[in-house]
Design a protein around this ligand. Structure first.
Ligand code: ADP
Ligand code: MG
Length: 338
């Protein structure tokens, strides 16, 4: 059994390496949520201090981490998971909002996106990046899947709270929280009068206004490198988010098959089809992040049907015997620079 774990920067902001980065007056970066973040601005408005802004952004990210991280035991999500109570569990408005959106995307994707997949994620060693040997039996998958189901967690808005329908269920917001945090940073920049910006966390990004090089921000979606066909799609945006979900980052191979880090909740197994990645463009980074994962689970055909139904701007890249093919919705095409 071979374990593959490598990073291919599938979404590259051309502006990063090009004129825009050089022209940018302000680059702020750091680490958060087990990955890195960066913010690029053409200019700082008068009266805004860069160090202070950096501090404000870090504070926002720390707060999201304290709410939604599954890597720290004291986060709201971890404490909710550790509790076996089926009573309402008070959480921040932010956590309630993300759980509600995760449920909503779960519903619209017919369960492809599922915030309760935790036992299956653990069964398959996802996150530890260790391939299980031997592979989980059908019986083990069936048992792990018992507490799984997006509708088994409820949300309450008034006095924000979430509730388990089963005491043994747990939630994981990994596939949506980065997008939420991107939105939070973007909103903060706008509230400080900053209109031209790029915010990125672990490859999920959102832009506003114009790039430091002038004109719309250009975001390149590259095919995995190392292949002869590495043509890229470039989208131009003056506002909106771009999120990509794919199995190019971490997977393991067993018996000649490739296993993804995304679980198909309907089978209880890692996604195993020819889809390499899905990219979604949306006003909200949270929605883009969640839908990219949902469409990846659904695969090229059912994914395209859902994207069409929901009017999503989505790009599907599939692995074919002699290269890659890509299919996109008309909404996505509107952003593409040809
Ligand atoms: P990607 O960037 O490829 O979408 P993410 O980091 O956004 O990957 O999400 C992957 C994580 O989401 C997994 O590590 C796991 O914790 C969780 N996850 C796996 N399968 C699902 C699913 N079907 N629905 C929601 N979350 C999932
Ligand atoms: Mg995602």
């Amino acid at each position: 059994m071979r374990i593959h774990s490598f990073i291919v920067c599938l979404v590259t902001v051309i502006a990063f390496g090009g004129d825009a980065a050089a022209a940018a007056q302000t680059n702020i970066s750091g680490s958060t949520m087990g990955t890195t973040y960066s913010v690029m601005l053409a200019a700082l408005p008068v009266g805004i201090d860069q160090d202070r802004l950096h501090g404000e952004l870090d504070e926002i990210l720390d707060r999201v981490d304290a709410q939604m991280s599954t890597y720290r035991d004291d986060s709201e999500v971890s404490r909710f998971n550790a509790s076996s109570s089926t009573a309402w569990f008070p959480v921040s408005a932010a956590t309630r909002e993300v759980v509600a959106e995760a449920r909503h995307v779960g519903l619209l994707s017919h369960g492809a996106f599922d915030l309760t997949v935790v036992p299956l994620v653990e069964l398959w060693g996802i996150g530890r990046r260790i391939a299980p040997t031997p592979l989980p039996s059908d019986e083990a998958i069936r048992r792990a899947a018992v507490p799984v189901g997006f509708s088994k967690v409820e949300t309450r808005k008034g006095s924000p709270a979430i509730r388990k329908q089963r005491s043994d269920m747990r939630i994981d917001l990994s596939a949506i929280a980065k997008g939420f945090a991107v939105d939070r940073l973007a909103t903060h920049l706008e509230s400080r009068g900053i209109e031209d910006y790029l915010v990125e966390i672990g490859g999920e990004l959102r832009v506003g206004g114009t790039s430091p090089a002038g004109g719309a921000w250009r975001v390149a979606i590259e095919r995995p490198s190392g292949e002869p066909l590495t043509a890229q799609t470039v989208v131009a945006l003056t506002s909106g988010a771009v999120a990509t979900s794919g199995d190019y980052r971490a997977y393991f191979e067993h018996g000649g098959r490739r296993y993804s880090h995304i679980i198909d909740p309907r089978t209880g197994r890692p996604v195993a089809h020819e889809l390499v990645s899905v990219t979604v463009v949306d006003r909200s980074a949270m929605r883009a992040d969640a839908y990219a994962t949902a469409l990846l689970v659904l695969g090229p055909r059912a994914g395209l049907v859902l994207a069409a139904q929901q009017g999503l701007a989505a790009l599907f890249v599939s692995r074919e015997r002699d290269g890659f093919i890509q299919v996109s919705t008309p909404q996505f095409e509107q952003h593409v620079i040809h």
